[in-house]
Design a protein around this ligand. Structure first.
Ligand code: KG4
Ligand code: ZN
Length: 347
């Protein structure tokens, strides 16, 4: 068993958590949404400054909530090394390095998207943990949209990714165009639940291509053209129709390609992870596809979809348990299938 304390500060959440393997003992997430909302998006310099103020109290809370008195009770420390906003990452990384030096504990750098992969196997006092078994991961966040074959720990193969905007970014940009504030995903999701997904025929980018690539920038342009032609929706019902139609276009492409990936690889499970995995339309469409084609669909509970440190700690705990050496040689911009993600002895 590996007990790990992790810090996550790659974007606008300061988070710390303690896990024992895949079981969450504490998970603290301090969001900066209020700081950035008035600017319509994350302001990197403000994010770094707020991480600085929050990181030490958040780490202390995570330790206390896990019932731990001392750092000696841990086997390792972990931190998100990238990708993310570099100033924001630096706060978490330097705090973790300082703790590692002070305590003598090994420090494991974790790729943010590998963390999201582990969000689907977390357990806590409300649900059992899972083993990491081979599956297709649909990684959908504010910065990434990727279909990844997860063969095992550190063995990730990217099948395809977005050529332009990430799915979460598309939701955020749509919300901005509609004057719905930041972040856009949750509010578009809520309104979409009241609207007609067939009201407006938005384009399904790259859906007919025989690959696993995505493109969402044309969809954003289509929304802009729609608003220029028809004006802003003049009622809540009209707004809900726009949101439902926009969301349906994103969900259709994501689920179509994820389904194709499961079929092509003959795997039996699809995990939908990342902030956009909180989307109700996406969750239900993925589950319907799994039921129709006979594969398992795992969507983490909402508390582990958005950025958190429990997923980072679980990814690190798996590395510690597998005997991989800890390293303070951190990388802020690796792709998830980079050779440095793999076990030292693997080819
Ligand atoms: O994984 P995450 O918390 O941060 C990144 O690593 O980027 O993802 C944040 C993204 C934002 O773009 C946000 O709008 C989106 O996830 N998001 C949603 C929902 N909740 C959050 N998108 C669609 N529907 C939601 N319910
Ligand atoms: Zn994320």
């Amino acid at each position: 068993m590996a007990r790990v304390l992790a810090i996550e500060s790659s974007c606008d959440e300061t988070a710390a958590a303690v896990v024992e393997d895949n079981v969450v003992r504490s998970s603290i997430v301090r969001s900066q949404i209020e700081v950035h909302a008035k600017f319509g998006g994350v302001v990197p310099e403000l994010a770094s400054r707020h991480h600085l103020g929050a990181v030490v109290p958040v780490v202390r809370r995570a330790l206390a909530d896990a019932g731990l008195e001392r750092y000696d009770d841990l086997d390792a420390l972990a931190v998100t090394e990238g990708p993310g906003l570099v100033g924001a990452l630096l706060v978490g990384v330097q705090c973790a390095r300082g703790l590692a030096i002070a305590t003598g504990l090994p420090l494991v750098g974790v790729h943010h998207m590998e963390g999201h992969i582990f969000s689907a196997v977390l357990g806590d006092d409300r649900m059992p943990a899972r083993e990491l078994t081979p599956h297709i991961a649909l990684l959908v966040s504010g910065g990434h949209t990727e279909l990844v074959v997860v063969e095992g720990l550190g063995r990730y193969r990217i099948l395809g990714a977005t050529r332009d905007d990430a799915a979460g970014e598309a939701f955020d940009k749509a919300a901005k165009l509609l004057g719905l504030g930041y972040p856009g995903g949750p509010v578009v999701d809520r309104l979409a639940g009241e609207g007609d997904p067939n009201a407006i025929a938005f384009p399904r980018g790259m859906i007919d291509r025989d690959d696993f690539e995505f493109s969402f920038s044309g969809l954003k342009t289509a929304l802009l053209v729609h608003l220029e032609t028809h004006g802003q929706p003049d009622s809540r019902a009209a707004l809900a129709d726009v949101c439902a139609s926009f969301q349906a276009a994103i969900v259709a492409v994501l689920v179509h390609k994820a389904r194709k990936a499961v079929r092509a690889t003959k795997l039996s499970a699809l995990h939908v992870v990342g902030g956009v995995a909180a989307n109700r339309g996406l969750r239900s469409a993925a589950e319907a596809a799994g039921a129709a084609d006979g594969f398992t669909v795992v969507c983490p509970p909402l508390r582990y979809c958005g950025d958190n440190a429990a997923m980072i700690a679980a990814a690190a705990a798996a590395r510690v348990s597998a005997g991989w050496p800890a390293s303070t040689d951190l990388h802020t911009a690796l792709a998830i299938d980079d050779a440095r993600m793999r076990a030292p002895e693997s080819p």
